[in-house]
Design a protein around this ligand. Structure first.
Ligand SMILES: [Zn+2]
Length: 321
């Protein structure tokens, strides 16, 4: 016996119909892909729980299964072959599949098995940068989708043999690729809906939708303060003393920043209109100067610093500002 359905539902062989149902609802809630995530492991576990319930909730199929289970225990202990058990599996009616929607599991209302059911909605997340949020972007995302097996059309068997394409599951899970357009000015936690890209509807019901929640990630090299972008820029000692033009990357591309002579470390310079644009308002970029020592200095540079040391008349520690 490949699967112990009692073990899967964590019940005993003597459980009542009501106990089977309760155990199933508990596990199906716990392992529902909307709750537990739609990783292949979760989907496999969820399907296994459904499969166990399909058999054990059906009086006739449960009786067949119990007989086969007892026979198998006997065969495993004795000298019988496993042939009868395999025959039992093949005799499973592949079309007698019940479907459980979110409502069935979470108890809003019961539906007749054959009534059209809308597929479940799927929820996922997409992370974008502040700049992508401002200017708009497109993102490739891959979602695991479960479809009726194209080979056996969900019947699980082909010419009396287990369908080789889906391994007798009647369904196949594949990743579908979406190119998602994210509009300019999108806000954090906004949702984008892809109609009909959720779980497939059942018995002719409409497909569910795919909802993507946008997460705007705080950038590493920038901070934001409302519409303002705060950025620290490294400046070499000679640039700080002599001043000059340095190039600063902004949302509008590189902007030339004029550094005044004798610029201090920690000095803030405002680049007006270079912040985030939203609802016809635009913030500034506030650049903080940080004087940094170059990582490697040539011998000639060191000699020049030695010369500066000789020339320095001002003891910087005696200065009071
Ligand atoms: Zn198949």
């Amino acid at each position: 016996m490949t699967k112990d359905y009692y073990k899967i539902l964590d019940i005993s062989e003597f459980s009542t119909t009501e106990e089977i149902k309760t155990a199933y609802r508990h596990l199906a809630r716990k392992w529902h892909p909307d709750v537990a995530g739609n990783s292949p492991d979760v989907i496999a576990k969820f399907k296994e729980i459904n499969e166990a319930y399909e058999i054990l909730s059906d009086k006739n199929r449960k009786a067949d299964y119990d007989t086969a289970k007892r026979f198998y225990s006997y065969a495993a202990n004795g000298s019988q072959s496993k042939k009868n058990h395999e025959n039992h599996n093949n005799a499973e009616n592949p079309n007698n599949k019940k479907n459980f929607s979110w409502e069935d599991l979470f108890g809003k209302k019961e539906k007749k098995p054959k009534a059209p059911q809308k597929g479940d909605d799927i929820f996922s997340d997409v992370e974008i940068s502040v700049f992508e949020a401002v200017s708009g972007t497109s993102k490739i995302i891959n979602m695991l989708q479960t479809n009726i097996c194209p080979n056996c059309k969900g019947r699980k068997f082909v010419n009396g043999n287990k369908c080789p394409y889906c391994n007798g599951k009647g369904e196949s899970s594949t990743y579908k690729r979406f190119n998602v357009k994210i509009p300019a000015g999108i806000k954090d936690k906004s949702k984008i809906r892809l109609a009909g890209e959720g779980e497939k509807g059942k018995n002719g019901g409409a497909n569910g939708d795919l909802y993507l929640t946008i997460h705007i990630k705080e950038p590493v090299n920038y901070k934001t303060d409302g519409l303002n972008i705060l950025k620290t820029i490294a400046v070499a000692p000679h640039e700080a003393i002599l001043g000059g033009n340095i190039s600063v990357p902004t949302l509008k591309g590189n902007v030339s920043l004029k550094l005044a002579p004798n610029t201090r470390s920690g000095q803030k310079i405002r680049l007006a209109g270079c912040g985030i644009e939203q609802n016809n308002k635009v913030g500034d970029m506030i650049v903080t100067v940080e004087i940094q020592i170059p990582k490697s200095l040539s011998e000639e540079e060191i000699n020049l610093y030695k010369r500066l040391q000789e020339l320095a008349g001002d003891n910087i520690r005696e200065r009071i500002e």
